[in-house]
Write a new protein. Sequence first.
Length: 312
Amino acid sequence: MGTRARLLMVFACGVYVLLCSLSLLAQLPPCMKARSPFPTLAEEIADMKAEVEGPQPIVVIDAVHFDGPIHLSRSALSSIIRTANQGALSADDDWLGEFQEVGLRGWWQDHGYYNVKVTAESHLNSGDSQHQHFSVSVHVVEDLQYRLSGIRFVNADPERGLAIPQEQLRKVIQIRDGEILNVDHVRSGVEALTKFYGARGYVDFTAEPRLETDDAHRRISVLMRLSEQRQYTIAKVDVLSQNRELETELRSTIKAGNVYNNKLVEDFFTKHKSTLPPDSSPMTSIKFERDVKTGTVNLVFDFRDPCAPRAD
């Protein structure tokens, strides 16, 4: 092997080791990152991208013009534009597509126009290295405005019934029959169902809403397909913490033999946020060991300071 080849090999090995080190560094807790003299891999990539592309100007929407009559008040339009501008849209992103779908089409769907079609075009008015000002021309086909006719619940497994009665589930979703359909409220209903089931041990629960239109009566019914999965009971609770008072309260709240309750766990983290180690959360501080066959779960709460020396 020649000298040139050996040098190239040494260089390649050095780059590989550096990338591995940066990758490991990116996974360190914040306190250890702060002590490191090296940037994380994510920071390195971001810096390299910024050097190549340079800072991107922020989009400012000056005005929106429609080519026909619409059911959108001036105050509502002003609110849509203000919200979009507060989002600091970047000129290098698909800001127009986001504004079209989230800002405009989203507004119509939240006001009953479920099948609305929106097409937008942008026109650059002025700009510099920091801001680009646009006006937007929009074509809207509103179609029909719908009201909610009702919400039904079925198990995604056709061979199984629901663990919870329909009447109880209906109360979880705060939308009244006969109201103008609001798609965002339907999404909120899915989130409410997920929390409701999670507080009853169904940690793998998912809900899929299906909307069925009745154009003749301008009504939409919502069919919620629920995948309940297994209900889990707590088999064992371990707590790794130097704070005995905190451990005692946790053990008195989250007990072996009880049905697992997501809400109790989240409430505990919220209540003790000031005393728990930084960045503690149910996602990062709990080891969740489930046994699908028995429907039980072992919980390990790790409240140790990641930067403190450990005996183990």
